[in-house]
Design a protein around this ligand. Structure first.
Ligand code: SF4
Length: 245
């Protein structure tokens, strides 16, 4: 693949959540992300193939890539997800429609991603993509991070992703099911046993980036503790997904 191409399509097919057509794209393979928190991770975008992410949200078709995540809202209203779909997701979707990103097999993708840090699901829940695709992609990475709201219904991603939790109750449920967790705390809430503040969070001094930390890699990560972050500012009404951005 040309070094000028900054991404690739690694999945086109039915959503594992509802069977609708989706596309999954990796970006930042030639140059890293500029996001200070995520650092140089390669990002992945899980999108409806047949609808722009903006239209998908408007008609509720984002259920195919977000499942029952409460932060989707309802047909674009009462949406609390931090991802502004008319920004990066729309840009990436349009670029894919123009044919900017080549299709590669997960195995070829794994070679491109060798030695990099991969974020599973910068937008979209990793559970929408077949788990064998992720397993192939991470074969040679230096690390990976990922978060899923689908932890109640499947444990297939337990070794690759954190369970996104919006309360101490959810955190207890998820850990009882064998997940490592990423929890957003309200201001004033305390850390739970075996839980630490995300070292990239403001409250922990923003000491690192996800690409350096790599703690949020599910049960296969070196880190064994659970992670928490305080909801800040605009993210204060929302969840792990938001506070993580
Ligand atoms: S704890 Fe998780 S979210 Fe925080 S820097 Fe590490 S990998 Fe990123």
């Amino acid at each position: 693949m040309s070094t000028k191409v900054n991404g690739f399509v690694f999945y086109r097919g039915p959503s594992m959540l509802d069977g609708s057509p989706i596309i999954a794209i990796a970006t930042g393979t030639a140059k890293g992300s500029r996001n200070a928190k995520t650092g140089g991770e390669v990002q992945t975008w899980i999108l409806r193939d047949d609808l722009s992410p903006v239209d998908a949200v408007k008609v509720g078709a984002d259920v195919s890539i977000c499942g029952d995540c409460k932060h989707r809202g309802m047909n674009g209203t009462a949406r609390s997800c931090y991802v502004t779909v008319f920004q990066a997701p729309l840009v990436v979707w349009k670029a894919a429609k123009r044919g900017l990103y080549p299709d590669v097999s997960p195995e070829a993708g794994a070679a491109i991603l060798s030695g990099k840090v991969l974020r599973l699901g910068s937008y979209g829940d990793p559970a929408a993509v077949p788990v064998h695709v992720w397993r192939a992609l991470v074969a040679h990475v230096e690390g990976h991070t990922g978060y899923t709201h689908q932890w109640r219904t499947s444990d297939a991603l337990r070794d690759l992703c954190m369970a996104s939790c919006d309360s101490a109750f959810e955190q207890e449920l998820a850990t009882a099911q064998g997940w490592r967790t990423f929890r957003v705390m309200a201001q004033g809430e305390a850390l739970l046993p075996r839980e630490i503040s995300c070292p990239a969070s403001k409250e922990a001094g923003a000491k690192t980036s996800c690409s350096a930390c790599k703690a949020c890699g599910g049960t296969s990560a070196k880190a064994k503790v659970n992670i928490a972050i305080l909801a800040h500012g605009a993210a204060s009404k929302v969840n792990a997904f938001n506070a993580r951005a």
